[in-house]
Design a protein around this ligand. Structure first.
Ligand code: NAP
Length: 339
């Protein structure tokens, strides 16, 4: 457990990346009690100075002794780095909140969304996993519905922003868009096909069962976070030419019948959720409005008229905030609260 202190030494590993940058911003915005901030990235970034409030913090490279004296480390430098360095950090007495996929399905490591399963923080052994971005926003919405009416099955289709792939993908979308509008040839480095003015039904690697890893992450992580293996879930994950915010179409079948107004009432009182649903006034969540927000926005709530107990909805959240940096910082805040 975290030792109670007035202020903590906090590290961000992967500080120069899309998520790392957002973590630094989120720590500052939420006035996290920081005694000292340490920033880590690859050797390429060593010595680079990054802003934190009105001070500059130099980026360091990782080493066996780097984590000594650090209380909490927020990792977002990819699974390989987490595999190597998270145990090193934990051995140094530091609590790791890891954004990569490395530890998520490890039965000895809790996978936590603070609004959904904060109790799982009690059994961590030094490493806590942050779920996949598309899973986080979905479970924040599923949890209160599951509590009210027991979910039997979910069919989800995602529309995911390029920032989910990192900074290089954001640069690629911008470059391809500029090139296309200038009648230049388009180059594809990050994705197998052009992403500008296109959509790709392909996120992460394809598996033997025909699904992608991202799709199976949504299936498996949801069960672990909700602590219920009986929920059936099937996913199709799609990359769209949007910079920020993942959108998801959810079809939810419940044991007990819920009508749309009941769902609106349940979700209006749910932590981390904002109901934004007035179709008669064209009010529904869209990525450009939700970017930079902390909540998962829900709209288009309506009955699935093809089954007995079904609800359809459209949810949007900022993948870099709730899908990554904010969730990690909220976990760290909960650890302090529980210490
Ligand atoms: N983007 C999202 O929405 C999202 C959501 C949830 C989880 N995640 C996860 O978060 C992680 C980072 O994602 P991102 O989108 O921020 O990627 P990114 O923009 O590509 O950033 C990667 C970061 O990792 C650092 N890094 C690379 N190699 C390293 C090494 N050998 N040693 C130390 N640091 C190294 C990079 O440092 P340099 O700048 O020095 O190369 C950079 O700071 C990934 O595991 C990803 O799966 C991302």
């Amino acid at each position: 457990m975290l030792k109670k202190k007035e202020k903590y030494v906090v590290a961000v590993v992967g500080a120069t990346g899309a998520v790392g940058n957002e973590m630094i911003k989120t720590l500052q915005q939420r006035k996290f009690p920081i005694a000292k901030l340490r920033l880590f990235a690859s050797e390429r970034s060593e010595g680079k100075v990054m802003e934190f409030g009105d001070t500059g913090v130099s980026v360091e490279k990782l080493s066996e002794t780097a984590f000594q004296g650090i209380d909490i480390a927020l990792f977002s430098a990819g699974a390989e780095r987490s595999k190597t360095w998270a145990p090193v950090a934990a051995r140094s007495g530091c609590i790791v909140v890891d954004n990569s996929s490395q530890w998520r399905m490890d039965p000895d490591i809790p996978l936590v969304v603070p609004e959904v399963n904060p109790h799982d923080l009690r059994w961590h052994k030094g490493i806590i996993a942050n779920p996949n971005c598309s899973t986080i926003q979905m479970v924040v919405v599923l949890k209160p519905i599951h509590d009210a009416a027991k979910i039997k099955r979910v069919v989800v289709t995602t529309f995911q922003a390029v920032s989910g792939t990192g900074q290089k993908a954001m640069d690629e979308l911008l470059q391809q868009t500029t090139d296309l509008l200038s009648f230049k040839e388009v180059k594809c480095n990050v994705y197998p096909y052009q992403i500008a003015f296109n959509i790709l039904p392909h996120i992460d690697k394809f598996l033997e069962n025909g699904y992608t890893k991202e799709e199976m992450k949504m299936v498996n992580e949801t069960k672990k976070i909700l602590g219920d293996n009986s929920i059936r879930l099937t996913a199709t994950t799609v990359r769209v030419p949007v910079f920020r915010c993942h959108s998801e179409s959810l079809n939810i079948e419940t044991e007990k019948k819920l009508v749309p107004n009941e769902v609106r009432a349940i979700l209006s009182g749910a932590p981390g959720v904002k109901v934004y649903d007035a179709p008669e006034k064209n009010v529904y969540p869209i990525p450009i409005d939700v970017a930079g927000s902390d909540e998962t926005y829900v709209g288009r709530i309506r009955e699935d008229e093809s089954i007995e107990n079904g609800i359809n909805m459209w949810i949007v959240a900022d993948n870099l905030r709730k899908g990554a940096a904010l969730n990690a910082v909220q976990i760290a805040e909960k650890l302090i609260e529980m210490s």
